[in-house]
Write a protein that binds this ligand. Structure first.
Ligand code: C2E
Ligand code: MG
Ligand code: MG
Ligand code: MG
Length: 292
């Protein structure tokens, strides 16, 4: 009972709770306005093939273009949108916008390549996701196989039977499914085999130390080997250096994403990379043929 700890302590907790409440209400209100005023933008980060070095996809990442505070990272508002439920409507906008952009790029002869969208837990549980995806593909004219949906391990674990059914319906549409941030949750790959998944994204915390820490090499190699045995592709996230890339390629990683190749960029910059045919240098893709 807070009163037993003295008035001061009690008031301290009371003030903290009020402040949290106020800032949450303020955040929610600001986000409502942001939705009304279309203050969200998508940036795109290339996914690059380790087999031929070319761009084979792009992940759409949301940013909040705030009129006073500038560009705000999703880390600062996704949680609040998830709690308020706003993430369902905004997530639909993200999917529509990303598919429309990919469809326009394809129409201009760029690609074809896939576009990946991050799903939130509430999108998976509420708002008839399968119907929504079907509609978005129809509205934008994007073929289902070019849309990839990224889910986290915790989303998969929440309501396993229902999730397996929903993912099965999405897969039947032709959409591809991947597990984001793999290794940060508590699931094993053999457990993931229960779900109809196409790819695993190895979390950047493993990639980060892969050059210095032999344990992280072993973990990554084991994940790649087992994922392949289960017919899943492996994407490494957060690849920042050539040394990390070389190690991943040597261990048969399928795709990479990270600052090494490109940061997430506005659509116009993504378009320039596509037009210029930006690739990973050939001597990194096929190191044995490197001339000395
Ligand atoms: P994520 O899906 O795992 O996306 C990867 C994050 O890592 C992105 O952060 C990206 O900018 C960052 N990143 C990429 N390469 C590197 C690298 O080489 N080094 C480092 N240090 N970081 C790298 P971002 O854009 O801030 O997004 C953070 C998270 O917010 C995403 O993690 C995703 O979970 C969530 N998110 C972003 N957009 C959406 C969205 O439209 N809907 C939902 N539900 N979540 C989103
Ligand atoms: Mg992601
Ligand atoms: Mg991730
Ligand atoms: Mg993440």
């Amino acid at each position: 009972d807070a009163k037993q700890h003295g008035g001061g302590t009690f008031r301290f907790f009371e003030a903290a709770a009020n402040e949290r409440l106020r800032s949450r209400q303020q955040t929610e209100q600001a986000l409502r306005l942001a939705v009304q005023e279309n203050q969200f933008v998508l940036h795109y980060q290339p996914k690059v093939s380790c087999n031929n070095g070319t761009i084979i996809g792009a992940e759409a990442l949301i940013r909040w273009q705030h009129p006073q505070h500038g560009l705000i990272s999703p880390a600062e508002f996704i949680q609040a949108m998830e709690e308020s439920g706003q993430v369902v409507a905004v997530g639909r906008w993200v999917m529509h916008q990303a598919c429309l952009q990919a469809s326009r790029w394809h129409a201009r002869g760029l690609g074809p390549f896939s576009v990946a969208v991050n799903l939130s837990a509430r999108q998976l549980r509420e708002g008839n996701l399968v119907q929504q995806v079907r509609q978005v593909l129809e509205e934008t004219g994007l073929a289902a196989r070019w849309l990839e949906l990224e889910l986290t391990e915790s989303m998969l674990m929440e309501d396993v039977e229902e999730t397996i059914a929903t993912l099965g319906e999405l897969r039947a549409l032709g959409v591809r499914l991947s597990v984001d941030d793999f290794g940060t949750g508590y699931s094993s790959l053999s457990y993931l085999k229960r779900f109809p998944l196409d790819a695993v994204k190895v979390d950047r915390s493993f990639v980060q130390d892969i050059v210095a820490d032999p344990n992280d090499v072993s973990i990554t190699r084991a994940v790649i080997t087992m994922a392949h045995a289960l017919q899943m592709k492996v994407i490494a996230e957060g690849v920042e250096t050539e040394a990390q890339l070389a190690l991943l390629i040597a261990n048969r990683c399928d795709e990479i994403q990270g600052y090494y190749f490109s940061r997430p960029v506005p659509a116009e910059e993504m378009e320039i990379m596509l037009e210029n045919g930006k690739t990973i240098p050939e001597d990194l893709i096929h190191p044995r043929e490197r001339k000395r």
